[in-house]
Design a protein around this ligand. Structure first.
Ligand SMILES: O=C(O)c1ccccc1NCC(=O)[C@H](O)[C@H](O)COP(=O)(O)O
Length: 212
């Protein structure tokens, strides 16, 4: 059975669509350059309804200790998704500072991009394989780009992993079939405009995942 994460949720309606549709993970992006940015206090109020129903994920990019402390104390996420240039040593500090589990996002374009995977064995609860954003992008994620899903085939991985990047209701069945992903993640593929999640698209995505 494949489980899904809906990322970049900012409203009660779309969070409810994710929860009612059976999302196992729901993500709050705390990154000011993102159209999905939600400040920690706002995220804490919104995501409280998800507690115990789905894992709450805070998506952060090279966070400093002050932001980690704020997010850890106020949002109290189950998991922190590190989507920048964090090292395994920094990820271990993030876990210690916040008490949250760790998802490490790794940008993928070619076979060579898997070289760092073994370094994460003792540190990450999950790896999230996302497409490398296009040259010059101001965002490291949430850009709707995909990579060759067959790169995931026959790959020994240390942790239960997510497939991400360019997934949408129309291609998720094929993506899971080719990649064999146990966990999938989506953001822009369930939006009607950048940062605007669509409850119908969320339902369609989760329904397709449940059939995969
Ligand atoms: O979504 C963002 O705006 C974002 C900003 C900064 C870092 C990470 C971000 N998203 C992380 C995710 O987990 C996305 O769901 C993932 O990159 C896939 O995005 P998409 O291709 O749009 O489905």
């Amino acid at each position: 059975m494949t489980l899904a994460k809906i990322c970049g949720l900012t409203t009660p309606e779309t969070l409810d669509a994710a929860l009612h549709g059976g999302a196992a993970f729901v993500g709050a992006v705390v990154f000011e350059k993102s159209p999905r940015h939600i400040p920690p206090l706002h995220a804490a109020t919104l995501f409280d309804r998800a507690r115990g129903k789905a894992k709450i994920v805070a998506v952060l990019v090279d966070p400093d200790d002050a932001l980690l402390t704020e997010v850890g104390l106020i949002l109290r996420p189950d998991l922190i998704q590190l989507h920048g240039h964090e090292t395994p040593q920094r990820a271990a500090e993030v876990r210690r500072l916040t008490g949250a589990g760790i998802i490490k996002a790794l940008p993928i374009r070619t076979e060579a991009d898997f070289a760092s995977v073994p370094e994460w064995a003792d540190v990450a609860d999950h790896l999230l394989f996302d497409a490398k954003p296009p040259e010059g992008s101001s965002l490291p994620g949430g850009v709707g780009a995909s990579f060759d899903w067959s790169l995931m085939q026959n790959r020994a991985l240390p942790a239960c992993w997510f497939l991400a990047g360019g997934l949408e209701p129309q291609n998720i069945t094929e993506a899971v079939r080719i990649s064999g992903a146990p966990l999938v993640d989506v953001s822009s593929g369930v939006e009607s405009a950048p940062g605007v999640k669509d409850p119908d698209l969320i339902h369609a995505f989760l329904e397709a995942v449940s059939r995969s």
